[in-house]
Design a protein around this ligand. Structure first.
Ligand SMILES: [Zn+2]
Ligand SMILES: [Zn+2]
Length: 144
């Protein structure tokens, strides 16, 4: 498999990363901890190893969310950045939606479907508008 380069960062731009990987497996987690952490119906992440990712700018803040894992976020804007389990401490599950171009990866599986929010499945049936007068687009993109 060819190597892809993935760049991304938090909403305010203080934390940036660049990953080079040949196997960016992406998954959805519906667990209640990821729901609450993201304030969203699920967390979507891609996996890279520590030697495949380079952190730039302000280091992410890590905190222990349970006795098996740590989570991290930007200390300025709070964007969730990664989950890291103690069993594989060199493997980062990076928030897919922090990519500069999230469309380059598609999740291939999902876990904790037993506690999934009931409403994402109705989204295709809801009225949809292309935008509104709120922010919409990160202002601090691509600051290499
Ligand atoms: Zn930030
Ligand atoms: Zn989860």
């Amino acid at each position: 498999m060819s190597t892809v380069e993935l760049t991304g960062g938090c909403l305010c731009g203080a934390v940036r990363y660049r990953a080079r990987t040949g196997s960016a497996h992406a998954s959805v987690c519906h667990c209640r901890m990821c729901q609450r952490w993201n304030g969203a119906p699920f967390f979507t992440a891609f996996s890279v190893s520590a030697d495949e990712i380079e952190w730039q700018g302000t280091p992410p803040v890590e905190w222990r969310s349970s006795d098996i894992a740590v989570r991290s976020h930007c200390g300025t804007c709070g964007t969730p950045l990664y989950w890291k389990g103690d069993r594989q401490p060199t493997c980062f599950d990076i928030s897919l939606m922090t990519l500069d171009d999230p469309s380059v990866l598609t999740p291939v599986d999902q876990i904790w479907s037993t506690v999934a929010a009931h409403w994402p499945g109705v989204l295709p049936d809801l009225p949809a508008w292309p935008g509104d007068d709120r922010e919409g687009e990160p202002f601090a993109r691509g600051s290499d």
